[in-house]
Design a protein around this ligand. Sequence first.
Ligand code: 13P
Length: 287
Amino acid sequence: MLVNAKEMLVKAKAGKYAVGQFNINNLEWTKAVLETAEELKSPVILGVSAGAGKYMCGFKTVAAMVDAMVDSMGITVPVALHLDHGTYEDCYKCIDAGFSSIMFDGSHYAIEENVAKTKELIAVCEEKGLSIEAEVGSIGGEEDGVVGMGECADPDECKMIADLGVSMLAAGIGNIHGKYPENWAGLSFETLDAIQQKTGDMPLVLHGGTGIPADMIKKAISLGVAKINVNTECQIAFSAAVREYIEAGKDLQGKGFDPRKLLAPGSAAIKATVKEKMELFGSVGKA
Ligand code: 13P
């Protein structure tokens, strides 16, 4: 059964570790993440972006697949199914589809409208037992070939949004989605410290987990980060492993063209990446 992310994140914040959100793209991806979480006895959050949801035939299909997989695979660790960077409309679609957690990204609305919509969604999530994430300070990344530097959130604005009653808060601290550019300045721990001082027990979320050095991850956790999102790194590991298989000509040997064989190295690479992250985040054995 899916659970919301509230309890696992409150525990993580108190225990000074972080739960990984790993974005999923298909059945193999989901299976690899779930198997790793179960093997390591770690709680886990499966992230689904709007694009990945569309690719997998819609949020209903995703929720039905994940729910059935958790059951059929005999998964015992807490698993949350979370909408990543959701629009207002997609939040409702996921609530209806059976997701256990949503992120409302209202950063493009004027602050009053963002607050009004966030409040409304918090009330719906509370009634239906879902957890909800909000974002303050836009998280940069590559858009149309231009890599935007991550903004730093205003700690007072973070407090204002946290006080609305969200379950977790994503705050920009110089982090960006995708690969970090050579001249990246690193995470702003000064900002993170100020945000944690204003928001107290609120579990903080670090987006753009790909490529952040281990010492920065550890320091971020020590300053209140309880959820870390990883997407690109699993994709890079998956494609490198499949490339190696094909370049070695293995798809041309015997029944090496069978998708179950062709994608197996990719799945193994996702598992290795997720394991490495769970060990670094400290969530192993915390289920
Ligand atoms: P990366 O793709 O940089 O790991 O970021 C993932 C993320 O933050 C999803 O919301």
